[in-house]
Design a protein around this ligand. Sequence first.
Ligand code: NAP
Length: 446
Amino acid sequence: MQDFSDSVAATPLRIGVAGLGNVGATLVRILQKDGVELTKKLGRQIVVTAVAARSRSRDRGIDIAGLEWFDDPVALAKSDGIDLFVELIGGEDGPAFAAVKAALEMGRPVVTANKALLAKHGVALARMAEESGAQLGFEAAVAGGIPVIKTLREGLGSARIARVYGIMNGTCNYILTRMGQEDISFAECLKDAQALGYAEADPSFDVDGFDTAHKLSILATLCFGYEIAPDKIHVEGISKITQADIKVAADLGYKIKLLGMAQRYEDGIEQRVHPTFVPKGSAVAGVDGVMNAVALETDHVHELLLAGPGAGGPPTASSVLSDILDIARGTRVPPLGVPSQELLPYKQAPLRAHDGGFYIRLNAKDVPGALAAIAARMGERGISIESVIQRPDLHVKANAADGQPTRTVVLLTQQTLETTVRESLAQIAADGFIVGEPQLIRIELL
Ligand code: NAP
């Protein structure tokens, strides 16, 4: 275990940074620029002494001349020249996992921003840290610059959390916000997001909801004390959202947001990621563009909303830095909020009726009786339809194989089970009254 007692307070804390990309280079720049101020705050100097990346010659806008260079992040993690290892490479396995594991096994504290690594190996890494007495900080792994991990581990350490939900992916929030402000398609918004550097060249991990799912799984563990279970999440992305959906939502007093939501029930945990109708007056509806927000509902503090920048070099590096300061001060908390041997095996809650009802958009064949037949099929399964909307401006073009024209129909249901709605839609499709895949979006009464 590394010694952070008073006797070493006078000696500098030597940091090794693996990964000098967007976040890593920003962190080194901040530490080099604000070193004196940080030293005053901490009563101890923090210095970057060694770094690792793939290309030594690449210009990163930082001065690495006096720093020890490593091609191999594992060798850096084990080096005698550092006291704390920072992993900013990314990826759930590979060099990131190998280096973090190597540091923790020898009792060396680690700070990482890597949600994929945490979602896959978080429990094992927490166990390694506890066994060797090392600290493991990952504030930047969830919602970038928002201090949600610290809030859960420390500020709300004694609270019983009932539900956590939020907007945890800036790319998706940017796209949905733009679609709500301008009459443009998902594909056009995505192209702009890529041009502005808000979306990766391969955006699927973000827009298909998996990035949000990783973050949600980490938050759910900190909230409810169950093992991290990223593969037990119902995940839907935003790529099928159309202007018709956005317009109906707006007319009915909602916005569409990609929400990650985890809730504790008596019989287990429910975790979901999907586009959601949220009331315009709700706190998350006001979180637009690349901003993120996490809402925590507890038994005693009714609801807490933390909002701020969810990504980008400076906000993310600032969260990494806050973990470094905590470790330098000697703060010790179990990485996942409770000792890892106390974590419960993940238990998925059985499906239950959804209070807010559902928005359903479908392309019905424009033939007499189609709508009545659709309503009858829903009635057979006990689904109550609250309203039916048909407007020419909502028409989404669909090509029926038999050449029949179609009409876009929107149905809003009352409280019901999602599986019941899906079974009913499958039956309606089999009847031949609709063309293409229906759009199904949850309405949350936040
Ligand atoms: P990035 O810009 O792609 O940088 C990755 C860095 O890792 C690069 O410097 C790269 O070296 C280095 N690297 C890759 N493979 C390596 C290897 N085998 N050995 C040594 N170095 C290697 O990534 P980033 O955006 O900074 O993200 C870093 C981490 O922060 C990720 O886990 C990410 O999920 C997390 N994060 C990022 C943000 C954000 O806004 N960017 C927000 C929250 C969390 P070269 O430069 O030489 O290629």
